[in-house]
Design a protein around this ligand. Structure first.
Ligand code: FES
Length: 59
């Protein structure tokens, strides 16, 4: 069970730049990866933005 499932879908505004988004649901800084996936089969999703963007994340 995903402990952060109650947090999705989530809408976030990210600044321009590179972001690593959590796919495992274990991050205490969700939706950003904080390394809590270490030891699991999950890896963060890299998102490169040229400009600030509001996105909705769902799993
Ligand atoms: S903490 Fe979830 S993918 Fe890194």
């Amino acid at each position: 069970m995903n402990p952060n499932s109650e947090k999705t879908p989530v809408t976030v505004t990210l600044p321009a730049g590179t972001h690593w988004l959590c796919t495992c649901g274990q991050s205490k800084n969700y939706p950003h990866c904080d390394g809590a996936h270490t030891g699991s089969t999950f890896t963060p999703k890299k998102v490169d933005l040229d400009a600030p963007q509001t996105i909705e994340l769902t799993r």
